[in-house]
Design a protein around this ligand. Structure first.
Ligand code: ATP
Length: 433
């Protein structure tokens, strides 16, 4: 009788079970128990489960098992919305497949195109890509690469709800045109925030989809180990409160991600906190890719214990040491709140998501509470006003110095140039259609 309490019983290859066990992954999570056997039967799959519930292995394990039966040529593509997430998934595939000499190619923006193109010509077994860069390679690519794509067996859309938004539609269309038709490939879609658009994909396919969505008794959309709190405060004291929390006895050693809505805020906060001697890194779209990758490495290695990020870090990033997420600016979309907060409390660990709420944010908080089906508690570990006032002076000075520095470094000008470059690229894209 098969045993769905281990990966062997789910039908995973022996070498893969050994690789998983070496990573201390021995008991499948629910989404893995449900999806792996169905994918191994050859079905397409739509999988929805909370953040940190092991969706990556739910699609990686069956694909790797199938690939190892005949490990030659291009086998699968995983598409994902952000570069850092692509790199993380590629690391997981490489680690799992190292005993099988797996070849993985990362195909993301911001990296050397020529180097990538040479790598793609070497027929990697799996390509982990962001849609824009893959579309670029398809348009520019040599015939051999494009014809190899036609032999792919699997296509994964990770963070499927995001990939199916308008932001990615033209790039996805270009990619899909060169992939095998639906009936000759398996399609796997995974997300923590299921949308009707994702679900509706199963309707217009001839081959059957296996659809799995975690059903929780309480319908709460966030992990049960995640504590959600809010702090009501006026806008001009946000930095002082943030500093007071990060420097407090309770949080001074904890690994935290602070989410902001704009790159300029990320830059100001990073510089300000650095001056206040917090070990901090930042991650946003205006940074060169080398610096983005470096920031993630520093944060993972705890050389930086605070990461200030925009939503480029909201999805998928798996850094188990993160104990606190702060929504310094509230997101307008409640689903974004779910993804941001899900950077902590992963794989059964505890974590806390604190949201700063200015008087203008009350509606946003209500919309989030409705979406997650949970009332936030008030954050009760604040210092008294005298302490905050003292900190406010220190923080205001550091902030003013940071703004002056940014002026000197031409931060605004660099953003303008980057924006123009993106505009020109978009325009070129249109003329290629
Ligand atoms: N069966 C398992 N046992 C123990 N740990 C696991 C298991 N499966 C996955 N993990 C670990 O759980 C963590 C979260 O997994 P993963 O990144 O796949 O989550 P996810 O569901 O994709 O989350 P998100 O929605 O945020 O992208 C990872 O560190 C992973 O190694």
């Amino acid at each position: 009788m098969s045993n769905d309490n281990n990966f062997n019983g789910l039908g995973c290859a022996k070498w893969l079970v050994e690789a998983l066990n070496a990573m201390k992954i021995t008991t499948p999570t629910e989404i893995q128990r449900k999806c792996i056997p169905e994918i191994l039967k050859g079905k397409n799959c739509i999988g929805g489960a909370k953040t940190g519930s092991g969706k990556t292995i739910a699609f990686a394990a069956p694909m790797l098992t199938e690939w190892s039966k005949d490990p030659c040529g291009m086998f699968g593509i995983v598409l994902t919305p952000t570069r850092e997430l692509a790199m993380q998934i590629a690391e997981q595939f490489s680690a799992l497949g190292s005993s099988m000499n797996i070849r993985i190619s990362i195909c993301v923006g911001g990296e050397d195109i020529i180097k990538q193109s040479l790598e793609l010509q070497r027929r990697p077994h799996f390509i982990i890509a962001t849609p824009g860069r893959l579309a670029h390679h398809i348009l520019q690519g040599n015939e051999e690469f494009v014809s190899n794509l036609k032999r792919l067996k699997y296509l994964v859309l990770d963070e499927a709800d995001m990939l199916l938004t308008n932001t990615f539609s033209s790039d996805l269309k270009r990619c899909f045109e060169k992939l095998p038709p639906k009936e000759r490939r398996r399609t796997l879609l995974f997300t923590a925030t299921m949308t009707d658009q994702v679900k509706s994909l199963q309707d217009n396919q001839e081959s059957k989809f296996f659809m799995y969505e975690t059903d929780t008794l309480d319908n709460v959309a966030i992990p049960s180990t995640l504590k959600v709190t809010y702090l009501l405060l006026p806008d001009h004291v946000k930095e002082a409160y943030l500093y007071s929390i990060l420097a407090s006895e309770e949080y001074k050693d904890k690994s935290c991600i602070i989410f902001v809505n704009r790159t300029v805020n990320a830059e100001i906060l990073r510089r300000t906190l650095q001056k206040l001697e917090i070990r901090v890194a930042s991650l946003h779209s205006q940074m060169p890719q080398r610096e983005r990758t470096n920031a993630i490495h520093r944060f993972k290695a705890t050389a930086a214990r605070v990461l200030i990020a925009t939503d480029v870090a909201a999805r998928g990033l798996d850094i188990p040491t993160v104990e606190l997420v702060v929504n310094y600016d509230l997101p307008s979309d409640p689903d974004t709140y779910i993804h941001r907060s899900g950077r902590t409390a992963r794989a059964g660990k505890k974590g806390e998501a604190l949201s700063f709420m200015t008087p203008n944010d009350v509606d946003r908080i209500h919309a989030i509470e409705e979406r997650i089906n949970l009332k936030m508690e008030e954050f009760d570990k604040v210092h008294d006003t005298a302490v905050i006032r003292k900190m406010l002076q220190k923080v205001t000075l550091s902030r003013a110095e940071s703004l002056l520095e940014m002026d000197k470094d031409n931060f605004g000008e660099q953003r303008r140039i980057q924006k123009q470059k993106r505009f020109i690229k978009k325009d070129q894209g249109k003329s290629l259609k």
